[in-house]
Ligand binder design. Sequence first.
Ligand code: ZN
Length: 289
Amino acid sequence: MTHADFDAVSVHEPAGPALPLVCDSPHSGERYPGDFGAAASLAQLRQGEDTHVDALWSAAPGLGATLIAANFPRVYIDPNRTLRDLDPELLAEPWPEALDPGEKTRLGKGLIWRRMDKATPIYDRKLTLAEVRHRIEAYYEPYHAALSRAIQQVTQRFGAVWHLNLHSMPNDAYERLGRESEHPLADFVLGDRDGQTCEPEFIALIEAALRDKGYTVARNDPYKGVQLIAQIGQPALNRHSLQVEIRRPLYMDEATRERNAGFEPLRADLSDVLAQVAAYVRVRQAALA
Ligand SMILES: [Zn+2]
């Protein structure tokens, strides 16, 4: 077992009576491990962060939810990918187990990112199997263990779970994805993998709460949700999982990663949305009990 340079994951338990509500922020980590060995600059690497997303949703524990956040950066290793989603081009030697790299991995954004964009490779070297294993054992696996534990605990206790998988997105998301769009990027993109990962009432509630606050909201365009909600969201088993993407200029300067004047108003709005989610979960849970 290898050790991380710092706590890989922060778990904020419910401050009062617990609800079957779990929130996780896999990409807001800002601590860069000493063995990263990247050629790209810190400013370039930070473009991959969902900076401050955990802070935007900081009301969650006070409302009875568990809030889990990664402290390491997603470009180092991404908790929202499967372990088979590893890019063989990164490696100095062949990986000993079967791999199944997906489309994002071919673009350089798999389990371990290879490049920020076409012009910006992250490394000027290949990674050894030992350093990839260290990233998995010391960072990726502790994150998944903490999230699984929280999901299991509430599912055992309440017979159900509602899960919010929290992210933010660059203002030029369509360009980065190489997609044309007839409309501008929405303020919020809710992803349920085209209706597969949660009950329709759950996504409808959050969409309505955000629209009430004056935000534009899209569903599954351009992000549908990736590994975490696919794994956790099983509505037939009373496991409801939804991805929430926030357009970054609403709350931060994308170049400096500093919070802007929009941060506090957005956090206040999200705290109110979370209170509505908590009320919904309380009613749904009572109906199941
Ligand atoms: Zn993200």
